[in-house]
Write a protein that binds this ligand. Structure first.
Ligand SMILES: Cc1ncc(COP(=O)(O)O)c(C=O)c1O
Length: 466
């Protein structure tokens, strides 16, 4: 499906009333949810007493209540009520070999048993993993390990400022780059600006602005107005891992504007690396960033995995704390670059290469996305699906497509979000778990047979819509 068609379909959905589940079907879904997940419900009541909101993951399903997982393997998740769900959440993206992929687990366990998890000084896995990453990201002449995508994005801004001597950063509406003070700005739904920035002083945003996604003229104008721009940061597939799809050629146009204005381009590859292409968004879309940000997927779901890479003269600014250079982009992290995480990264990349995981998971995603579209057409629904390799989006209520400046669209945000929650519950009812009722990540364990079963289940869900 081409970009124009995607945009037209999103517009059609956001300008139409939200589809509804038949009320008796929705009631039955909610009743079965209660009946099938009593232990999850009790666990939620217990967790609420000690954990704010009772749930820590933004991507967890909250309607009617969140589930608790007992065990994950391959492409499955078993809840504490022993319901086995086919898993398309994939921990929010990093799992592409399948959960607990045995050869990978064995290597990580070997590190703990043989070497110990944390040494506090250099271990060989640190540079071995960096070399592996660089093989697929030639733009990364130097790499530094960090502990989360949030942290890596934060450091990318600092490095850009130190290197260019300028302060201003431009991001795009709806693009997500973690939750550091400066980047909790214009997330999720473009145009929301400071709506999520509670507790963050207004002047933090003195040097951050956002322009509408896919709008190169708006970016050009912003460069003119702000003048001293250090960097532009983007999500390669578009906001929310492509839920707001990127216009073909847009990323390259951004790169060209950065060059014209002596600003750096930061490519946030937290989801794209290996999942979209072995060489991430930059290889898939064909542009050259100065700095790349990596997160969860580099460690295939093992904790404390993130990195920043880029041109040597730029990334070397983080070495100043050690080497005493004059341009210092201070960074740290007691647990960063520990052998456990770096071994997880080293072997994850090796196994992704060996199994051709990017391609296989992408094929599964295409089968799923095409199948969804056939079903939506069969039931005459305005919904649609597309995939960026191994990431499938399916748009039903299109909350991210809302134009919040349009008084006819903005008030529907709540209802659109609620519909996605109901869709999440309808998927659980069919023993499927996705990301927020609108995104499916695939892995090499999602066989054609499993995909076809999933499609049959989506067919059943569509029969429940008014
Ligand atoms: C594109 C992107 N950047 C940054 C982050 C933040 O990464 P982390 O959750 O590891 O802090 C995410 C998380 O989903 C992401 O999708």
């Amino acid at each position: 499906m081409g970009y124009e068609e995607q945009v037209n379909k999103i517009e059609n959905i956001v300008n139409s009333p939200i589809k509804k589940f038949k009320s008796d079907e929705l009631k039955a879904i909610a009743e079965r949810y209660e009946k099938n997940h009593p232990k999850s419900k009790a666990a939620f009541e217990r967790a609420k007493k000690i954990i704010p909101g009772g749930v820590e993951h933004n991507l967890a399903f909250n309607w009617p209540f969140p589930l608790e997982s007992k065990k994950v393997w391959d492409c499955y998740m078993q809840t504490i009520d022993d319901i086995i769900l086919t898993d398309y959440l994939m921990n929010g993206g990093p799992i592409i070999l399948g959960h607990n992929y045995k050869p990978h687990t064995e290597k990580v366990v070997e590190v703990i048993e043989k070497y110990g998890s944390c040494h506090g000084i250099t271990h060989e896995y640190e540079y071995m993993a960096a070399e592996q990453l660089q093989k697929h990201f030639p733009s990364c002449e130097k790499i530094r390990w960090l502990q989360s995508g949030t942290e890596a994005d934060m450091l990318a801004l600092r490095i850009a400022r130190v290197y260019t001597g300028k302060n201003h950063i431009i991001k795009f509406g709806g693009h997500y780059h973690g939750w550091s003070d400066q980047l909790v700005y214009d997330l999720h739904v473009p145009g929301t600006m400071r709506m999520e920035s509670h507790g963050i002083p207004r002047n933090i945003y003195k040097y951050i602005t956002s322009v509408p996604p896919n709008d190169i003229d708006a970016l050009r104008k912003e460069f003119k107005e702000k003048r001293r721009v250090a960097a532009v940061i983007l999500e390669p597939m578009g906001g929310e891992s492509g839920a707001i799809p990127v216009r073909p050629g847009f990323n390259k146009e951004v790169e060209e504007l950065c060059r014209e204005n002596d600003a750096l381009l930061i490519s946030d590859e937290v989801v794209c690396a290996f999942r979209l292409d072995m060489g991430g968004g930059q290889a898939y879309f064909g542009y050259d960033p100065d700095i790349s940000v990596f997160g969860k997927i580099v460690g295939h779901g093992y904790p404390s995995a993130a990195a920043i890479g880029g041109r040597a003269d730029i990334i070397d600014t983080v070495a100043a704390g050690v080497g005493g250079g004059s341009k210092r982009a201070y960074s740290g992290g007691t647990l960063a670059a520990n052998p456990l995480t770096c071994a997880a990264a080293y072997w994850a990349i090796k196994f992704v290469e060996e199994t051709n995981a990017t391609k296989i998971a992408g094929k599964a995603a295409t089968r799923l996305s095409n199948g969804f579209n056939e079903i939506f057409e069969k039931y005459n629904l305005p919904w649609f699906s597309y995939n960026y390799n191994a990431t499938v989006h399916f748009h039903t209520s299109c909350v991210f497509g809302i134009d919040i400046t349009d008084p006819t669209q903005a008030p529907s945000i709540k209802g659109r979000k609620e519909f996605m929650e109901k869709m999440g519950a309808a998927l659980i009812d069919q023993e499927l778990i996705s990301v927020a009722g609108s995104r499916f990540y695939t892995c090499i364990q999602h066989t054609d047979e499993i995909i076809d079963e999933t499609l049959q289940k989506m067919d059943i869900i569509c029969q429940k819509i008014e």
